[in-house]
Design a protein around this ligand. Structure first.
Ligand code: ZN
Length: 287
């Protein structure tokens, strides 16, 4: 951007299957918040069947050996906890528009009702950029049992975007076309990811956000392991400290060939500078 050019503020809408999924794009959302953009986080399910590791352990134990408090926790108590954790994680980045639609997870079933609710969401929030789960035709793997909530969300969002750009007599929705879609590339191989976002500046927030998910038996050590092995690995591969990966849903259209400031910086630094930048942070602040 040259002097005198005002960067247009963007509206970003993230639509995810489960509360914790937001984290895979949360550093990117944090960068956009810092740039003055608005971010809305929406989770389609209540996360009630997701990562309840304590309950899985309790149910597997012999009668009398289980923790009664875990066995007696209601579904609502668990999903309320998920909601608090998601709000706390988003809050690390200053994101306050967080919505959980509360559909059942594992499996999430595609219904006309859920598609309709997502169309309404798109037409009301009117995002420039939409972030969501990776569709099965891009991320599909034999290692993933079907049906898979992440693929289901991607299909629901794709269907909703198609409906949102069109008008149909009898509906008073104002049509909306999303300018660009980014699919989270959490399960893709390095070379299949076509867009990396440098989130190194968000490290402390990313780690603190991971630690918010106590319902998933998240310990500080495990949270740090997750940050080092997911964004840490992607960052290592592309030459920054931490990164999140995406695949664009739409084709790139511009008037000039583009190279980003990060790409220019990487091309001009020395090997020593790169290694120093990729070293582990000395003390995670947990701030
Ligand atoms: Zn998930």
């Amino acid at each position: 951007m040259t002097d005198g050019q005002q960067r247009e503020k963007l509206k970003i809408l993230g639509i995810y299957a489960h509360p914790h999924d937001f984290l895979h794009s949360s550093g990117t959302c944090g960068n956009h918040v810092d740039a003055g953009d608005s971010v809305t986080v929406v989770v389609l399910t209540d996360g009630g069947s997701t990562h309840n590791e304590d309950l899985i352990d309790a149910l597997r134990k012999a009668p009398g050996e289980s923790d009664d408090e875990v066995l007696q926790q209601s579904l609502k108590d668990y999903t309320d906890q998920k909601e608090r954790e998601l709000n706390a994680a988003a809050g690390q980045y200053g994101i306050t528009d967080v919505r959980i639609l509360g559909y059942r997870d594992r499996p999430l079933i595609r219904t006309d009702e859920v598609v309709d609710e997502v169309v309404d969401l798109i037409c009301k929030v009117r995002p420039d950029i939409l972030i969501t789960e990776c569709p099965a035709h891009i991320a599909g793997s034999r290692a993933v049992p079907m049906p898979n909530d992440h693929y289901t969300v991607a299909a629901i969002v794709g269907e909703a975007m198609t409906i949102a750009i069109n008008a149909r007599a009898g509906s008073d929705r104002v049509p909306h076309r999303v300018a660009q879609v980014y699919y989270m590339a959490t399960d893709l191989a390095y070379g299949d990811i076509d867009f990396y976002i440098d989130i190194s500046n968000q490290y402390d927030k990313r780690l603190a956000a991971e630690m918010c998910f106590e319902s998933q038996a998240q310990t500080p050590d495990y949270a740090r392991k997750r940050v080092e092995t997911l964004p840490g690995w992607l960052g290592f591969l592309v030459g920054v400290a931490y990164a999140e990966g995406f695949v664009r849903g739409g084709l790139k259209v511009d008037t000039l060939l583009s190279v980003s400031p990060v790409e220019l910086g990487l091309s001009r630094e020395s090997g020593g500078e790169r290694i120093a930048r990729q070293e582990l942070p000395q003390e995670p602040s947990n701030a």
